[in-house]
Ligand binder design. Structure first.
Ligand SMILES: Nc1ncnc2c1ncn2[C@@H]1O[C@H](COP(=O)(O)OP(=O)(O)OP(=O)(O)O)[C@@H](O)[C@H]1O
Ligand SMILES: CC(C)(CO)[C@@H](O)C(=O)[O-]
Length: 280
């Protein structure tokens, strides 16, 4: 019988960030703030002769995931991996980091590596940074909360608060993270836009993020239309970094967003990646 392990990792909406360039992947990443969300990626890992990755969303499967393939190779294992998520990929929900954390958590158990949670996160972070699919998402998604990262990498200081209220998001399409992270011009604007403090609560997070989004020049026209509708209704909202999407806080947010796309109601996660089951 083929042995299987299943793990889950929460996703992460980044509200504002600044790239930190270190001498190696472990010291490279970002500072910034975001929300770790209870939705994320579930990964099923089976022993196999050759590695294959199936990415499943809403019953539709695609093959391959360069960052996950890299991480498996780095650990010297071959496995059949299936990732499943409900949220859209490439839309600023930190799903590449969640896929890495969930897969490596399952791999760690399946192959009896005995890696600590720190070591699992270090491998995931390295794969993210090298593939330019994220900078701070792994550090954030290691645990829950509205997070404020004041240093780069997984060992940096992170403060976490746990508001009870939900937030709401709509996605207007994908924005490949690497396309923005590879642009020096975008990075310079982003650095200048950084709000130099941590959020006090969820509405404060939304407002600080919005100031950043405006100053960074990253707001695309479709995102602008949704932000305008939120502004008109007095709903604090900003852009999902880095995706063509909007997140919004407060009671009226769901109603305002519902006319503009599929609305995801998201809760602040209380924990990071965890093993769901191991068979046999
Ligand atoms: N659910 C997933 N399962 C496996 N690989 C994924 C998954 N989501 C993203 N990836 C990998 O990450 C690459 C693109 O990542 P990208 O950073 O653009 O998406 P994201 O993490 O969903 O969004 P963002 O980083 O903007 O929040 C994909 O090409 C894929 O290889
Ligand atoms: C770069 C980024 C916005 C991509 O999701 C995120 O990883 C972050 O906040 O560092």
């Amino acid at each position: 019988m083929v042995r299987t392990a299943v793990a889950f990792s929460p996703g992460h909406i980044s509200g504002y960030f600044r790239r930190v360039e270190g001498s190696e992947p472990s010291t490279t990443g970002s500072i910034g703030a975001g929300v770790v969300i209870s939705e994320g990626v579930r990964s099923t890992v089976e022993e196999a002769r050759e590695t294959s990755i199936r990415v499943v969303r809403q019953g539709h499967a695609t093959a391959g995931s360069p960052p996950v393939e890299y991480a498996l190779e780095r650990l010297g294992v071959a496995a059949r991996v299936t990732t499943e998520c409900r949220l859209p990929i490439g839309a600023g929900f930190g799903l590449s980091a969640a896929a890495l954390l969930a897969t490596l958590t399952a791999v760690n158990h399946l192959f009896d590596f005995g890696l600590s949670a720190d070591e699992v996160a270090a491998y995931a972070h390295e794969a993210e940074v090298l593939h330019r699919t994220g900078l701070g998402d792994v550090a954030a998604s290691r645990a829950g909360g509205v997070v404020c990262r004041t240093g780069a990498g997984i060992h940096a200081e992170i403060t976490r608060i746990y508001p009870e209220e939900p937030l709401y998001a709509v996605s207007l399409g994908a924005l490949p993270t690497a396309s923005v992270l590879s642009s020096d011009e975008a990075m310079a604007r982003i650095a200048a836009a950084y709000p130099d403090r941590c959020p006090r609560d969820l509405p404060d997070f939304c407002r600080l993020s919005r100031g950043f989004a405006e100053r960074s020049g990253l707001v695309a026209p479709e995102v602008r239309r949704v932000l305008d509708a939120c502004d008109a209704a007095g709903v604090p909202a900003s852009m999902t970094m880095l995706g063509n999407g909007v997140f919004a806080c407060g009671k009226a947010a769901e109603r305002v967003l519902s006319g503009l796309g599929e609305v995801y109601t998201l809760h602040v996660a209380h924990r990071g990646a965890y093993l769901i089951e191991e068979k046999p």
